[in-house]
Design a protein around this ligand. Structure first.
Ligand SMILES: *Cc1c(COP(=O)(O)O)cnc(C)c1O
Length: 397
């Protein structure tokens, strides 16, 4: 009889397939069902229940079966004790910040982060709730040390960072955080747990936008926080139940299904992105290529020490050209789609223009505008040919 597969006794791929996917006790089905119910039957005397508790399945905002299955799988893949899944990556980020921070606390966050982190911390939490914030170049450990204050409660980093692929040293920053009584959270969305597991490197919290590689099919939105149970219990009680960003059982089920093939997809993403990066390096009209898998990338050796077996599927590159050339280049593409998001099966490209409000935080080569390119799992020959014919049309070869 198939046993419950969990923890490190089994390999990553076996856990991606099986964990959370036990035989259904009720029907004997070898896949767990989607439970599209928002409420669960109450006990004989419900009057003693805590309506705000996340301990029992009561109401789907307090907890539900499909959420739980997915949480089991993600905790296992990230090497963490526990996991909370929420409606989006941003719900996970805001849920973490809301539960952890109070007025008077100080937060340090990477200069390169998902835009919502910048909005949440630098505009909302500091203006509304008097949370102090410092934006630091966390690829520089001295900058991290210099930003520490007596009231620093949290360091939040993203590595590789969206959209410049800047690398921060997770082990070293975890040490700095812990020496100073602060927590470290790492947004692991670009790497995925197949390539990088921040909890194993010393982080207290790992954040994933499940919308990206973990679901991998571009058809559902979700987010997760992985960490120690005692801390996640607080997040679950405060942020899941009372902020209310709960995931739909259907989306949890879709993401569960997508996550089964995460290792297979990531191998192809890793391989295709490295080949695409090497191809782009040969193109005369390309001004720079940022991919941590390239040996010349500034963060390559740190990336190699904390990412394995690969460096993910996202890269950025610039053109030796003006604004309009970027738009025309995209209009020539036949396989690669112009859309935000990343980590889908299909290749996606987005033009980030020179007027982007956060350009001042990006390295100099990004200041004239650039592409963020999420390399999909199509045949690499087709991806490269698609790029080549678009370069040719713009006389960039
Ligand atoms: C997309 C993304 C998020 C936000 O996730 P959503 O699921 O879109 O809310 C957070 N961090 C990173 C690095 C992302 O790429």
């Amino acid at each position: 009889m198939r046993k419950r597969i969990y923890g490190n006794e089994y390999g990553f791929q076996t856990r991606a397939v099986h964990t959370g996917n036990d035989v259904d006790g009720e029907t004997g089905a070898i896949k767990r069902p989607i439970t599209m119910a928002n409420s669960y039957e109450l006990p004989y005397d419900p009057s003693d229940l805590n309506w705000s508790s996340a301990d029992k399945n009561l109401y789907t905002r307090n907890g539900g079966s499909n959420q739980q299955y997915l949480q089991e799988k993600l905790a296992s893949l990230e090497g963490g004790e526990d996991c909370v899944v929420l409606a989006s990556g941003v719900a996970a980020l805001s849920g973490l910040f809301f539960a952890l921070l109070k007025s008077g606390d100080h937060v340090i966050f990477s200069s390169i982060t998902y835009i919502a982190v910048y909005r949440l911390l630098n505009e909302l939490f500091n203006n509304k709730f008097n949370v102090e914030t410092t934006i630091a170049d966390t690829s520089d450990l001295n900058a991290v040390r210099a930003a520490i204050k007596p009231n620093t409660k949290l360091i939040h980093i993203e590595t590789p960072g969206n959209p410049t692929l800047t690398i921060s040293d997770i082990r070293a920053i975890a040490e700095i955080a812990h020496e100073n009584g602060a927590f470290l959270s790492v947004d692991n969305t670009f790497a995925s747990p197949y390539n990088q597991r921040p909890i194993e490197l010393g982080a207290d919290f790992c954040i994933e936008s499940l919308t990206k590689y973990i679901n991998g099919h571009g058809d559902a939105v979700g987010g997760a926080i992985i960490g120690r149970k005692e801390l996640l219990d607080i997040i679950r009680a405060q942020s899941q139940v009372n902020l209310g960003g709960v995931i739909s059982p259907f989306n949890a089920w879709l993401i569960m299904r997508g996550a089964v093939t995460l290792p297979l997809r990531m191998r192809q993403h890793n391989e295709n992105a490295l080949k695409a990066a090497k191809y782009l390096k040969t193109v005369k009209g390309v001004s720079f290529v940022a991919y941590p898998g390239l040996e010349e990338h500034k963060g390559h050796s740190i990336a190699a020490s904390q990412m394995s077996p690969g460096f993910g599927g996202v890269l950025s590159f610039g053109l030796n050209a003006e604004h309009d050339t970027y738009n025309r280049f995209v209009s020539h593409l036949k396989v690669i789609t112009s859309a935000v998001s990343l980590g889908h099966d299909e290749s996606l490209i987005v033009f980030i223009g020179e007027n982007d409000e956060r350009q001042y935080l990006y390295p100099k080569e990004f200041h004239n505008g650039f592409f963020r390119f999420s390399v999909g799992i199509e045949d690499i020959e087709d991806i490269i040919e698609d790029l080549r014919q678009a370069f040719e049309k713009e006389n960039l070869l």
